[in-house]
Design a binder for this molecule. Structure first.
Ligand code: NAI
Length: 321
């Protein structure tokens, strides 16, 4: 069996160099951390280094590069690695970014469990796999948690920290501090739950959006406007609970005034939609009128979205909190 490697404070290992691994690498480097990028597919690491160079240079030119260091300095902190053991050597934090597949991730964490010592944090980027499933039986379970980013993590700073029931509080504290240091906005879930917090909120919104279209109350295009020109503007700055607090004379006043109305409306919500059939066809057609679903149009629209998010992130940074 392999012996544990040293993990003296230092860099970060990013395991899996796809979409999310690349974003994490940029974020860690922006705060001055040395980053070792590993992938089971060596070609992915080579491609990642090329695309990171291109993206960081572009961000520097447009004034949106994060951190105090220039692009060249940040790039010099990121190196590719073809050996997992070498990647995690000296790391204070390992961020796993392999595909969302429980068996694949469990196999990787079992490998990491064997080659890391008692000091490194083992963190998964998983969007929805529960920590109790991911980390069950690991010797280093106290050092494990999920740190779920939001796509694209470079422009959307939220990270959900989700502990395993046996995760040490110090592991969560350390990861929280690291996320703050790289400019992200961490939130702590006090226990695991399916969908974590973000996707539970997102799925509640999607379900009601679907029902409103299915029941013929509103068109797909207008439904999206309700969010992008309505609720979404507010939610970029304050959450639903603070909204309640501000929309009356404080939270208790809001509950007093509006709870009966809210409960009346909530009782009219329908069952979980099937997300298929005629409604899926109708929504698909409406979306394709706006953005045809070929690779080129989708990529162009995503680039537009990311540009908007980048500008919004900068605006939020400039405004008082
Ligand atoms: P991806 O498919 O773009 O990249 C995955 C990478 O992992 C590939 O380069 C692949 O070669 C590599 N890989 C596969 N097995 C490996 C192994 N055993 N060791 C090392 N590398 C290995 O996936 P993506 O989108 O970056 O997702 C990664 C994780 O991040 C997933 O758990 C996903 O749920 C989560 N996530 C994804 C978001 C998204 O919008 N794409 C948002 C938030 C989280």
């Amino acid at each position: 069996m392999a012996s544990p490697v040293s993990s003296a404070p230092g860099g970060v290992a990013v395991v899996g160099s796809g979409l999310i691994g690349r974003s994490w690498a940029m974020l860690f480097a922006s705060a001055g951390f040395r980053v070792k990028l590993f992938d089971i597919e060596p070609r992915q690491v080579t491609d990642a280094l090329v695309s990171l160079r291109k993206e960081m240079k572009m961000l520097e030119l447009s004034g949106y590069l994060k951190g105090e260091l220039g692009a060249e300095e940040q790039l010099s902190l990121i190196s590719g690695c073809s050996d997992l053991r070498e990647a995690v050597e000296g790391a204070l934090h390992v961020q796993e970014c392999v595909p969302e597949n429980l068996e694949m991730k469990r196999k990787l964490f079992a490998q990491l469990d064997k080659i890391t010592d008692d000091h490194v944090v083992l963190s998964s980027s998983s969007s929805c796999l529960l920590p109790s499933k991911l980390f069950a039986g690991l010797a280093h379970v106290k050092q494990c948690l999920v740190a779920h980013p939001v796509n694209p993590p470079y422009y959307v700073p939220l990270v959900e920290l989700v502990p395993h029931p046996e995760t040490a509080p110090a592991t969560v504290d350390r990861t929280y501090a690291l996320m703050r240091r790289v400019g992200q906005s961490p939130v702590r879930l006090l226990r695991e739950v399916d969908g974590f917090a973000l996707n539970r909120l997102q799925y509640a919104v999607i379900a009601e959006a679907w029902r409103l279209v299915e029941e013929g109350v509103v068109s797909p295009g207008d439904l999206d406007l309700v969010m992008s020109d309505g609720l979404g503007l507010r939610y970029a700055f304050i959450g639903p609970l603070e909204t309640m607090h501000l929309n009356a004379e404080g939270m208790l006043s809001y509950c007093d005034r509006y709870s009966e109305g809210m409960k009346h409306v909530l009782k009219t919500f329908g069952p979980i939609p099937e997300f298929s059939g005629a409604t899926a066809e109708k929504v698909h057609q409406a979306m394709c009128m706006k953005v045809p679903d070929d690779a080129e149009h989708l990529a162009a629209r995503r680039a537009w979205r990311d540009g908007c998010l980048m500008r919004l992130a900068q605006l939020k940074h400039q405004l008082p909190q």
